[in-house]
Design a protein around this ligand. Structure first.
Ligand SMILES: NC(=O)c1ccc[n+]([C@@H]2O[C@H](COP(=O)([O-])OP(=O)(O)OC[C@H]3O[C@@H](n4cnc5c(N)ncnc54)[C@H](OP(=O)(O)O)[C@@H]3O)[C@@H](O)[C@H]2O)c1
Length: 353
């Protein structure tokens, strides 16, 4: 409770007081990939990266009209600096085929050029009711967890290889949420002997509500990223790719767009809450910038600009780092690996290596 109040107060504080930006040449001549660059935090992050010197910024989209609008916004907010520096690529994370094709194309574009310096896996959603993806999983799990981690897996070994002759590591930042600490994994233990968490939460009968489902997808992604953190280490034990998760805090974006379908009262409450607590996407995306400048010593860290590290660790000990958390992580990771190996042959080789 005290942690929740502290977080809320910090949100109000962070809404008005901006996280400082690094020097303007911090991403000079760098290549950056931001998934879900058509709206909210992803779009704002693309603007920051161009303004901070990046020269090859890839954003992803699943709709050509939204692509055009995003390019126009970035051009406006960078005062034309983005011209010739930003490209949009198709990516629909509700389908593995789209993720695989996207990864192939992105690798082709940057092959032999040091890969991509900075990857931000940002695309995400929150549905208000159970919806199944084409792959048979709950859509929140599909996009926020499975496809996000699949894309990370498809890019990670390539990023490492492309980095072989460079002293500076690449960065892979997965957008999480502080809400990944909310799920009660003690409750999960009642059914994990019969079914894995991904399968359990994908059954419409087990829908835990929109809010809990969102937090659950972020916890499962965090578990998987903890495994990627190990895979990112080079033979020297140092990371060739610095992997982090981060939370931008509460941001006024389109993430809760579906909530408005629940009627005028809910819509009004969401709007008021957002006006009071929601920071701008541009301010929120400053956390992304910080997460893409972490040092090697911060490899694996969950980055946020609210609450204390001690409070975070206390809850993380229950959900992630303690014995139950470690067991749950192993279970979720095993379920994910089985799914990827069955549906995406390339992953079998990646996991072997
Ligand atoms: N807003 C917050 O308070 C908050 C707090 C913590 C973490 N986050 C995280 O921040 C990330 C960005 O969220 P946001 O707040 O900026 O939300 P947003 O404004 O709704 O933006 C989400 C982005 O993801 C894309 N996307 C959604 N479904 C997709 C799919 N199936 N395939 C490919 N792209 C898809 C969207 O594309 P379209 O334009 O096509 O819909 C959009 O570009 C998410 O991972 C979210 O969980 C947000």
């Amino acid at each position: 409770m005290a942690f929740a109040i502290q977080k809320l107060l910090a949100q109000v504080y962070m809404k008005w007081f901006h996280i400082p930006l690094p020097p303007p040449d911090s991403f000079k001549d760098q290549s950056v990939l931001v998934t879900g660059g058509t709206a909210g935090l992803g779009l704002a992050a693309a603007v920051h990266f161009v303004n901070l010197g990046a020269t090859d910024v890839i954003i992803t989209s699943r709709d050509s009209a939204r692509s055009q609008a995003a390019i126009a916004t970035i051009e406006r907010d960078t005062k034309g600096r983005s011209k010739g520096r930003v490209r949009v690529m198709d990516l629909d994370m509700s389908r593995y085929a789209s993720v695989v094709t996207f990864a192939e194309e992105a690798r082709k574009i940057r092959q032999g050029k040091g890969g991509i310096d900075t990857v931000v896996l940002n695309a995400g959603l929150s549905t208000i009711a159970p919806t199944l993806s084409e792959e048979g999983w709950d859509l929140n799990i599909q996009v926020n967890t499975l496809s996000t981690i699949l894309l990370a897996l498809l890019l990670l070994p390539w990023l490492r290889a492309e980095r072989a002759n460079r002293s500076a590591p690449a960065h892979l930042a997965v957008v999480g949420s502080g809400r990944h600490l909310e799920p009660n994994i003690q409750e999960w233990k009642k059914w994990t002997s019969e079914t894995g968490p991904l399968e359990h939460f994908s059954k419409p009968d087990n829908w835990p509500g929109a809010s809990t489902m969102y937090a659950t997808t972020k916890l499962m992604a965090q578990y998987a990223v903890n495994e990627l953190v190990k895979m990112a280490l080079g033979s020297s034990g140092r990371p060739k790719v610095v992997v982090n998760t981060m939370c931008p805090g509460f941001v006024a974006s389109d993430l809760s767009r579906d909530l408005k379908q629940l009627g005028i009262v809910v819509s009004l409450i969401v709007t008021i809450f957002t006006v009071i607590f929601g920071k701008s996407p541009s301010n929120g995306a400053r956390t992304y910038v910080a997460a893409c400048l972490t040092k090697e010593s911060e490899h694996g860290r969950f980055l946020k600009f609210y609450g204390s590290d001690a409070d975070y660790q206390e809850t993380a000990d229950t959900v992630i780092t303690g014995e139950d958390g470690r067991d749950m992580q192993a279970l979720v990771w095993s379920e994910m690996k089985t799914e990827f190996v069955a549906k995406v042959p390339e992953v079998r080789e990646i996991l072997k290596s």
